[in-house]
Ligand binder design. Structure first.
Ligand code: HEM
Ligand code: HEM
Length: 125
């Protein structure tokens, strides 16, 4: 894997390790308050990053698009800020919620950017 594909896959692996550590701590403590944080780290962090990594690996035309790097940074920063801020919200700090809201919207914009990059490549191949 090269370039942005590799970055996405490494990000996904880091997310999987962090999410599973949180899952284990939830299971061991019998405290599932952070379940939405665990769920989003696992699916939006690990699975989505892995799918993006495979996509950019399979379609060189997509990873050569300069916007692919922008997509990586939007996805990486927004998912990290989203799950950390959500952790604090669920731990009893409702004041952090605007950070979660903004990072959710940025995360969604990352998905729209991916659609913009991917759909022309899919149609041509
Ligand atoms: C070390 C491995 C893992 C542990 C110990 C673990 C632990 C947990 C725990 C304790 C819950 C809360 C269940 C509840 O309160 O109903 C949970 C929920 C969840 N986990 Fe994990 N998990 C692990 C791996 C994974 C993986 C690999 C994924 C996905 C790739 C995943 C996705 C989810 C999701 C989506 C939920 C929410 C389920 C729901 O909505 O009811 N987990 N996990
Ligand atoms: C803009 C980004 C997103 C926002 C704002 C969002 C918001 C939410 C909310 C409000 C819930 C309900 C949580 C609860 O009842 O405690 C939820 C649950 C869930 N979401 Fe998301 N979500 C986002 C992205 C995603 C993505 C991209 C995936 C999958 C790849 C996903 C998978 C799930 C799953 C599996 C659950 C059930 C587990 C749980 O209740 O925590 N979400 N999400």
């Amino acid at each position: 894997m090269q370039g942005v594909a590799r970055n996405f896959f490494i990000l996904g692996i880091v997310m999987a390790i962090a999410g599973m550590m949180l899952g284990l701590s939830m299971a061991m403590s019998h405290n599932h308050v952070q379940m939405p944080v665990h769920a989003h780290i696992m699916v939006a962090g690990w699975l989505m990053s892995a799918v993006f990594g495979f996509f950019y690996h399979l379609f060189p035309a997509a990873r050569q698009n300069r916007l692919a790097t922008v997509h990586f940074w939007i996805h990486a920063v927004s998912i990290i800020v989203l799950v950390i801020s959500l952790y604090f919200v669920l731990a009893g700090n409702p004041g952090v919620e605007p950070v979660t809201a903004i990072s959710s919207i940025v995360f969604f914009l990352g998905m729209l950017l991916f659609a913009w990059i991917a759909i022309p490549v899919i149609n041509k191949s």
